[in-house]
Design a protein around this ligand. Structure first.
Ligand code: GUN
Ligand code: ZN
Length: 444
C-alpha cells in the first residue's frame, strides 16, 4: 500500500451480485464483522478482514474505527427531482392536478440562475445527509438549472447524471421550450458536461404528455447520436395520465409504444414508475434492456398504485429503487426501502432486506451503467461510502444487539432507520457529511 492511504475499520457489507427476491443467493454479498476499507486517491485500494489487512498497512496509516456501525457503499437514487424539494408534502391531489397546482409553478422559479445554483447546492447537501452519493436526477426545462446542478456536483466530485427537461406542450409559459431549442440546449449541455469528471448526461423528456411528436423525435435522435448518455422519463404512473396519452397518441398501441416509436427504449433508458402495465410491456422492456425506477413513497403518496416488483423481475426487467422526491416523501433510501417493503406486502410479496440494500447500492449502479465505479467497495472503485449508525434513535437502539444476525440488523435499519442513521458520507474518499459536525448553513 502507498504511504498516505487511509483506512476505515468496522462491520462492513457490500454486494458482489444480485441476491434475488427469494432466499439470498450465497456469494452475492460480503459481510465482514470486523472489516477494513483501505482508500487512497479517492479510490478503494482494498476491502477485507481487518485482521489480515492491518498488519500490511504502512506504519503511519490513519485508521478510523467504527465498531458499532456498518460501513456500506453510498446509496444511489435512480429517479429524483432537484427542483422539487419544496413540492414535497403537497396536499390533496393525484398526478396531473399535482403537476399543475404545485409542481409547475415551483419549477418556474428555476429560470433564475442564482436560485438554480443555491437550490442545487442545497439539494446535494441534503442527498449527502441522507446517505445518497449518486443518482439520476431531473433538473427543470431551464438550461441554467442543469448547468447549476452539474457545476455543484462536479465541485463535490459526485457521480451525477442529469439533464434539462424537454417539454414543449401542455405546460405553462415559462416552462415550455420548443422542440428545436430543447435539442440545441441538450446538445450544448452534453458537450459541456457529459464525461467531465464524474458527470454524465441524461436526455430528459418529462413524459409523453408534455412533448410534441417532433420533440420526442429529437430526443430519440440525441439518444442514438450520443454514446453513453442516458434517457430518463416517466411512464404509466396514473390512470388519468394513461388515458390522456391514449388521446394524445391515438395511432400508438399503448403508452410504451409511444416511447418505442420514437427510439427511446434501450438499455440506457430509465422509465420512472411503470405501475399500470402489461406482460407484453414487460417483455418489451426486457427485450430492449429498458429499466424501471420503482418509486414507492411517491406511488403511495400520490395514490398512483402498487408497483408489481415480482412480475417485473420474473420477466427479466432491471428495476432500480428511487425516491422520486417531490412526489416522493423522503430523500432517504432507507425510508424508500421501507415503503418498497410495504408496497410489496400489499402485493402479497416479501422484499427481503438483502435484496433491498442490493437495489439501493450495486443494483442501482447497474441500472445506471456505473457499476464499474460505484455500487460496492471492491478495489478500484471510487470510495463512495457511508458509516451507518446501527443504533440511531431510541427504537433502533433498543433493537440493536451485538448478536443480531445480518438480515435482522438490515431489516431494522430499513424499516426503522432514516437520515438519523447516516453518521458519515464519503464521496471519492472525502468526508462530505458528518452528522456530528454539520456546518453547511443550508442544513441548519
Ligand atoms: N410525470 C410527469 N412529471 C412528473 C413529475 O414531476 N413527478 C412525477 N411523479 N410524475 C411525473
Ligand atoms: Zn419523477
Amino acid at each position: 500500500f502507498p504511504p498516505g492511504c487511509r483506512a476505515f475499520r468496522g462491520p462492513l457489507l457490500h454486494f458482489l451480485a444480485d441476491p434475488g427476491l427469494g432466499k439470498p443467493a450465497p456469494g452475492s454479498y460480503e459481510y465482514l464483522q470486523d472489516g477494513l476499507l483501505v482508500v487512497a486517491g479517492g479510490r478503494v485500494l482494498a476491502t477485507g478482514e481487518a485482521e489480515q489487512l492491518l498488519p500490511v498497512l504502512p506504519a503511519a496509516t490513519a485508521v478510523e474505527h467504527w465498531p458499532n456501525s456498518l460501513i456500506v457503499p453510498g446509496f444511489i437514487d435512480t429517479h429524483v427531482h432537484m427542483p422539487q424539494l419544496r413540492v414535497m408534502a403537497s396536499y390533496g391531489t393525484q398526478l396531473l392536478e399535482w403537476l399543475e397546482t404545485y409542481t409547475f409553478p415551483t419549477e418556474s422559479r428555476f429560470a433564475d440562475q442564482a436560485f438554480s445554483a443555491s437550490q442545487s447546492q442545497l439539494f446535494l447537501d441534503l442527498l449527502l445527509a441522507h446517505g445518497t452519493t449518486s443518482g439520476l436526477v431531473f433538473a427543470t426545462s431551464h438550461q441554467v438549472s442543469a448547468d447549476a446542478l452539474f457545476a455543484a456536483s462536479d465541485r463535490y466530485n459526485m457521480a451525477l447524471t442529469t439533464g434539462k427537461v424537454m417539454m414543449d406542450t401542455n405546460a405553462p409559459d415559462g416552462l415550455r421550450d420548443t422542440a428545436e431549442a430543447s435539442y440545441r440546449e441538450s446538445r450544448e449541455l452534453i458537450d459541456r458536461w457529459h464525461g467531465k469528471g464524474r458527470q454524465r448526461y441524461a436526455i430528459t423528456p418529462r413524459f409523453a404528455a408534455t412533448s410534441s411528436a417532433e420533440q420526442l423525435s429529437y430526443a430519440g435522435q440525441l439518444l442514438a447520436d450520443c454514446p453513453g448518455v442516458l434517457m430518463q422519463t416517466h411512464w404509466a404512473e396514473n390512470h388519468a395520465e394513461i388515458a390522456w396519452i391514449k388521446e394524445l397518441f391515438p395511432e400508438r398501441k399503448d403508452y410504451l409504444d409511444v416511447y418505442d416509436h420514437f427510439g427511446l427504449l434501450g438499455d440506457h433508458s430509465v422509465l420512472a414508475h411503470g405501475i399500470h402495465i402489461s406482460d407484453e410491456n414487460r417483455q418489451r422492456l426486457a427485450q430492449t434492456g429498458t429499466r424501471i425506477a420503482f418509486c414507492p413513497t411517491s406511488n403511495t403518496f400520490l395514490g398512483s398504485g402498487l408497483f408489481d416488483l415480482r412480475s417485473a423481475v420474473d420477466a427479466g426487467v432491471q428495476v432500480g429503487l428511487a425516491s422520486d422526491v417531490g412526489g416522493g416523501t423522503s430523500l432517504s433510501m432507507l425510508v424508500t426501502m421501507a415503503e418498497a417493503y410495504k408496497v410489496c406486502q400489499l402485493r402479497g410479496q416479501s422484499l427481503n432486506p438483502l435484496k433491498a440494500f442490493y437495489m439501493a447500492t450495486l443494483g442501482n449502479a447497474e441500472v445506471l451503467h456505473q457499476a464499474d465505479q460505484t455500487g460496492n467497495l471492491q478495489a478500484g472503485k471510487y470510495a463512495d461510502f457511508l458509516v451507518l449508525d446501527r443504533a440511531a434513535g431510541p427504537i433502533l437502539k433498543l433493537k440493536s444487539t451485538p448478536d443480531s444476525d445480518l438480515s435482522g440488523m438490515l431489516f431494522d435499519l430499513m424499516i426503522l432507520g432514516d437520515d438519523r442513521a447516516i453518521r458519515r458520507t464519503y464521496i471519492a474518499g472525502q468526508c462530505r457529511y458528518d452528522r456530528d459536525t454539520v456546518e453547511g448553513a443550508a442544513l441548519n
